[in-house]
Write a protein that binds this ligand. Structure first.
Ligand SMILES: Cc1cc2nc3c(=O)[nH]c(=O)nc-3n(C[C@H](O)[C@H](O)[C@H](O)COP(=O)(O)O)c2cc1C
Length: 375
C-alpha cells in the first residue's frame, strides 16, 4: 500500500488532503463524518467572537455552463458542467462557547486526525489583538492541533477584518505576532488572493512568525445578471454585494498566486486551495511546492463533506506513486516542488528562430493572418 502520509509544519497527516474552512466543517457532526470518510485533516469553519448573522436566503450557489454553448447560469439544469461556487456566507454563526467543547470531543474521538481551528478577530486596536489571543488560547486548550488565521474572508465591511487584514502587510505581521506570542501549536495564515503580489503579504506573515501559508480563499466577485428578469442571479430584495468565487474557475488563478509564494520562499510550508476535486488537480499544487491541499466546493457538492472526493484523491495519489515508483518516488516529498522553477519571467521564455515565426497565429483562437511572412 502506498504511503500517503506526510509531515507539514511539524504535524503528522495520514494523507495531505484536508477539508477547507467552510460549510463542510461547520459542525462537529460534519467533521466526524469527514474523519470517518478518510480526510487527513480538517480546518474548522472560521470561529470569531463577534455576533454573526448571515443574509436572508441562500448563502451559496453554483454557477454552471451549458455543455454545448456559452450560457452560464446559477439555475440548476441538465447538460451543464460546474464552473464555480459563489457565496456570501460569513464566518461561523456559532459562538466560541459552542465550539470549544466540540473541538475537545472531536479530538478525543480522533486523536490521530489533524484538527485545525480557523479563527478571526479584528485588528484595529489592542482589544482586537487580545481577542485573537483569547481565541488562540481557547481552541488550543480544547485540543486543536493548529491554527489557521483568517486574513482572507472577502465579504467584510470592517476595514480591520478578514481580507482587509490580508491586504495590509503591517497588519499581517502584527496579528501573526500577537497570535504567536501565546500559541503553542503551529500557526497557518490564510491570505486573500486579492492583492497584486501575494508574496509581499506572505513575507510579512512569515516575519510575524507564521509556520505556513494557505491560499486561496474565494476571489471577490459578483453573480451574473439574469437576462430575462434583469436581476442578479443571487440577491436579497434586488441587492447584492461582493462575494467569493470558488471551484474549478479559480484553480488557474490560485495556482498563479501559489507560484508567486513558493518561488519566493521555496523552503517554507504552503497549503494549496482552489478548485481541487481530483488528485490531478492536487498534483499541480504539489508540483509547485505545496505540502498539503484543501477542498471546499467539490466537497459541498458531494454529500456535504466529500466522501467520494476524498476516496478519489487517495486512490489517485496511490496510483500516481505506484506509477512513479521506478523514479524512486515513494512519498509526497519525493515529487513536491518539482515544477516550482518552471515559472519564469515572460522574457525568459524561448522565442522561435525567425524562420519559424508565425506570431503565435498558428494556435486555437486566432485567425489565419491575411499575409504570412515568409523568409
Ligand atoms: C460557502 C463558503 C463558505 C466559506 N467560509 C469560509 C470561512 O469561514 N473561512 C475561510 O477561511 N474560508 C471560507 N471559505 C473559503 C474556502 O475555505 C476555500 O478557500 C474556497 O472555497 C476555495 O476552495 P474551493 O475552490 O475548493 O471551493 C468558504 C467558501 C464557501 C464556498
Amino acid at each position: 500500500m502506498a504511503d500517503l502520509s506526510t509531515e507539514f509544519t511539524g504535524l503528522k497527516f495520514e494523507n495531505p488532503f484536508l477539508l477547507a474552512s467552510a460549510p463542510p466543517t461547520e459542525s462537529d457532526a460534519n467533521i466526524i463524518r469527514a474523519f470517518e470518510a478518510g480526510w487527513g485533516g480538517v480546518v474548522t469553519k472560521t470561529i470569531g467572537l463577534h455576533p454573526v448573522m448571515n443574509v436572508k436566503g441562500p448563502k451559496t450557489k453554483f454557477l454552471r455552463a451549458e455543455n454545448s454553448g456559452y450560457r452560464l447560469s446559477m439555475n440548476k439544469r441538465p447538460d451543464t458542467t460546474l464552473v464555480a461556487s459563489w457565496n456570501w456566507e460569513l464566518i461561523s454563526d456559532k459562538t466560541i462557547d459552542w465550539w470549544l467543547p466540540r473541538i475537545e470531543k472531536i479530538k478525543k474521538a480522533f486523536p490521530e486526525k489533524i484538527l485545525i481551528a480557523s479563527i478571526m478577530a479584528g485588528s484595529g486596536n489592542d482589544k482586537e489583538l487580545h481577542n485573537w489571543q483569547m481565541l488562540t488560547q481557547g481552541v488550543q486548550d480544547a485540543g486543536a492541533d493548529g491554527l489557521e488565521l483568517n486574513f482572507s474572508c472577502p465579504h467584510m465591511d470592517r476595514i480591520d477584518m478578514g481580507s482587509n487584514v490580508g491586504k495590509d502587510k503591517v497588519l499581517c505581521s502584527v496579528v501573526t505576532m500577537a497570535v504567536k506570542d501565546v500559541a503553542k501549536v503551529p500557526v497557518w495564515v490564510k491570505l486573500t488572493p486579492a492583492t497584486s503580489n501575494i508574496a509581499v503579504e506572505a513575507e510579512a506573515s512569515f516575519r510575524g512568525g507564521a509556520d505556513g501559508i494557505c491560499s486561496s480563499n474565494t476571489f471577490p466577485s459578483l453573480p451574473l445578471i439574469d437576462p430575462e428578469t434583469l436581476e442578479f442571479e443571487m440577491n436579497v430584495e434586488g441587492y447584492v454585494s461582493s462575494g467569493g468565487l470558488g471551484g474549478p474557475a479559480i484553480m488557474p488563478l490560485s495556482l498563479a498566486k501559489m507560484s508567486q509564494m513558493t518561488t519566493a520562499f521555496p523552503d517554507k510550508s504552503f497549503s494549496g486551495i482552489g478548485g481541487i476535486a481530483t488528485f490531478d488537480h492536487a498534483l499541480s499544487y504539489f508540483l509547485l511546492g505545496c505540502g498539503t491541499v484543501q477542498v471546499c466546493t467539490a466537497a459541498m457538492l458531494d454529500s456535504a463533506i466529500g466522501p467520494n472526493v476524498i476516496k478519489t484523491l487517495k486512490e489517485g495519489m496511490a496510483a500516481f506513486l505506484d506509477k512513479n515508483a521506478h523514479r524512486g518516488w515513494n512519498r509526497l516529498d519525493d515529487f513536491r516542488g518539482l515544477r516550482r522553477d518552471r515559472v519564469v519571467g515572460h522574457s525568459q521564455i524561448k522565442r522561435p528562430d525567425t524562420v519559424d515565426y508565425h506570431g503565435g497565429y498558428d494556435a486555437e483562437g486566432y485567425a489565419v493572418p491575411a499575409t504570412t511572412v515568409s523568409s
